[in-house]
Design a protein around this ligand. Sequence first.
Ligand SMILES: Nc1ncnc2c1ncn2[C@@H]1O[C@H](COP(=O)(O)OP(=O)(O)OP(=O)(O)O)[C@@H](O)[C@H]1O
Length: 371
Amino acid sequence: MSNPASISKTEGGSVTLRGISRSYGANQVVSDINLEARSGEILALLGPSGCGKTTTLRMIAGLVQPTAGDIAIDGRPITDLPVHRRNLGMLFQNYALFPHMTVLENVAFGLSMRGVEKAETAERAKRALALTHLTGFEDRMPSALSGGQQQRVALARAIVYRPKVLLLDEPFGALDKKLREAMQIELRQLCNELGLTTILVTHDQEEALVLADQIAVMRGGRIEQAASAREIYERPSSHFVADFIGTSNFISATILGKHDGKTTLKSASGQLFESLVATELGIGEKAVVAIRPESVRLSATGEATEAINARSGRVLRTVFKGQTLSVWLEMAGSEFVCALPIEAIGASPPQPGQIWTANWSAERTLIVREQ
Ligand SMILES: Nc1ncnc2c1ncn2[C@@H]1O[C@H](COP(=O)(O)OP(=O)(O)OP(=O)(O)O)[C@@H](O)[C@H]1O
């Protein structure tokens, strides 16, 4: 059945930020951001508190004016357009439903205010509620809904206008972990279904990894790295990014040589590392070797060795985590964490006090900038 009033899949708009900056007095809180959210993709702005994520989103929304740079949707400049002419759906952290209106009225309100005809308003609001799995809740009052259901009403309200771009600021911050995870999956499905371009602000790295096609990691008002979730995880460009996304063991080193795609590094204590992961850093430059806990294999050597890409240490503690066993080794005054798949543990797992040796392949030896 074709229904002209339904919310159908549209072509999401591409959003381009060129040289965007924002200052408050002498304080520059966003500096020269260049970024593109491609049509239909979910872009996460990720970073610690105060790094400028919300300010960037609010500039796209038209709620804050940039002090420099311009913003375009599908190549059309929107920097000077008022909020209501940007064709954006928004869901911010402190969303408020109208408490004296039913669910359906809450979703329909904006459409009726814009003069959309009554029957079409009801039809579109119902379709938005169906997409957010709220069919049957039309006549409920917000006070009779759970937190997750209220969140879905707010989402329905944001998509009922058929926007080309959806802006979300920490949309699931107030929900408990289970509900947040369920909503993340629903949001992903919804965005795919509608073909919406979505820009999401979050400080939660897991949320960014689950939801985003592209993650822009921000730090101090700048983009530190923007790439796919996988690339950010497997090829972090800096110490900051590697530390912010997932867990890593870090060892300071200097680049000793580069040959045939292999980079050799040396730590201050003289230990050698080899990496097959591409790096832009050159010979003689300072770097940090980063090793993910799940990249490590462990063997019970009983004595200390410092071979290439291997380090020994005394087991401090072990923690069973369902799929993996985390093992902390004490190495030269610092801790080194390994995550062993349960099936790889064997009959004699590491015990506190024993000496074990961690080793990892050159393919899993990441090299990141110090800063
Ligand atoms: N209206 C304003 N006037 C002055 N300073 C502001 C204003 N709005 C934001 N800032 C400052 O700009 C910086 C960036 O704020 P922003 O809200 O964009 O960060 P954020 O990354 O979204 O942080 P959070 O995760 O805590 O929300 C902060 O230092 C903040 O204090």
